[in-house]
Write a protein that binds this ligand. Structure first.
Ligand SMILES: NC(=O)c1ccc[n+]([C@@H]2O[C@H](COP(=O)([O-])OP(=O)(O)OC[C@H]3O[C@@H](n4cnc5c(N)ncnc54)[C@H](O)[C@@H]3O)[C@@H](O)[C@H]2O)c1
Ligand SMILES: O=C(O)C(=O)C[C@]1(C(=O)O)C=C[C@@H](O)C=C1
Length: 302
């Protein structure tokens, strides 16, 4: 089933990339878009983003078969409440939020009878945000995690087909597993990058020019990630508290073990640890998996 009309709410990196990917796929879908600020709406119109850019939430969801919530996680509930009375019976509402339990708790209570809610999360992005940051190939060969959470199979399958057309692979996941997996592969790595760049900045005598001058791939990657949108990441940590604290606890334990090995000159521990992590990386490459697409099934809550 293809959607006749799609509404994109929040015209930033993810929504604009979805639009360009839909166009690239040759979908004959009518796409309406809404952004909160007049400035973003003007930019979207100038870029030719969406077939129509609407000035209200009521207008953008009118007659839509698929409504995509592409705003920061903390804003999803309020938008769901506003659009609820205007949703077409039989429509599907989905989201692209980086956290799923909090979004489901905020959005589901507003979804009217006869409308389906199928949460989703494309595991693709960049450090850029806003309507002019999107591009059609963002989702190519990336995973889009689908969290049906009780949605009918037909609505879930239709959303999967949609994401396949946008270039992504899909995998169904339950909500708790999703939030834990994302804490491991995305949320805590971002926190570590933010922290490392903060540490470098604290040591101003190192950081001023030297950060730029001497940084090779490792630190540069940290600075790229640490340039990501502050609103989005604030919301991620506020709403995925349980899983991020769990993984952060484990991370800190490992860090202390390595710290002790450095302090005591325990080279064997350091060597063994680094050998093990190198094997993990090689295993991923040998399995022919995209280096940027981890095997989600292997990350289990113990
Ligand atoms: N950036 C990534 O790497 C990435 C990857 C996957 C999923 N996501 C998720 O996708 C969603 C959107 O992220 P993005 O990267 O496209 O962000 P973005 O900052 O590029 O765009 C978000 C848009 O939402 C709008 N917005 C913010 N608050 C709003 C509100 N209260 N009402 C209406 N509009 C509002 C902003 O003005 C902006 O246009 C987030 O939930 C994020 O967690 C992001
Ligand atoms: O590639 C990046 O810049 C990203 O940060 C993308 C990334 C990730 O951590 O992999 C960030 C947040 C998401 O929810 C999904 C993907």
């Amino acid at each position: 089933m293809t959607y006749r009309k799609v509404a994109l709410i929040g015209l930033g990196l993810i929504a604009s990339s979805m639009y360009w990917a839909m166009k690239r796929a040759g979908m004959e879908t009518h796409v309406s878009g809404y952004a909160r600020s007049e400035k973003t709406r003007e930019t979207a119109r100038r870029l030719g983003l969406c077939d129509v850019v609407c000035d209200s939430l009521e207008e953008v969801v009118k007659d839509a078969d698929l409504v995509v919530l592409a705003v920061p996680v903390g804003a999803m509930g309020g938008i769901a409440e506003t659009i609820a009375p205007h949703l077409k019976p039989g429509a599907t509402v989905t989201d692209v939020g980086s956290v799923k339990r909090a979004v489901i708790e905020a959005v589901r209570p507003h979804i009217p009878e006869g409308v389906h809610f199928v949460p989703a999360h494309p595991m693709a992005g960049t450090e850029h945000s806003g309507p002019d940051s999107g591009f059609a190939s963002l989702f190519d060969n990336r995973w889009c995690l689908i969290v049906p959470d009780g949605a009918p199979d037909a609505a879930t399958a239709a959303l999967e087909d949609f994401w396949h057309a946008l270039g992504a692979n899909t995998e169904r996941m339950d909500v708790q597993h999703h939030d834990l997996v994302c804490a491991v592969v995305s949320h805590i790595p971002h926190l570590i990058a933010y922290t490392m760049v903060g540490v470098a900045d604290d040591l101003r005598r190192v950081s001023d020019q030297e950060v730029i001058k001497f940084s090779a791939a490792g630190f540069r990657d940290f600075t790229r990630i640490a340039a990501s949108d502050p609103t989005m990441w604030r919301d991620v940590f506020l709403t995925n508290k349980e899983a991020t604290l769990e993984i952060l606890g484990r991370f800190t334990e490992e860090l202390f073990a390595l710290q002790r090995a450095i302090r005591t000159g325990d080279g064997d521990t350091l060597f063994d640890y680094f050998t093990h992590t190198r094997e993990i990386r090689r295993g991923i490459l040998q399995a022919g998996q995209d280096t940027e697409a981890p095997d989600f099934g292997r990350i289990r809550k113990e």
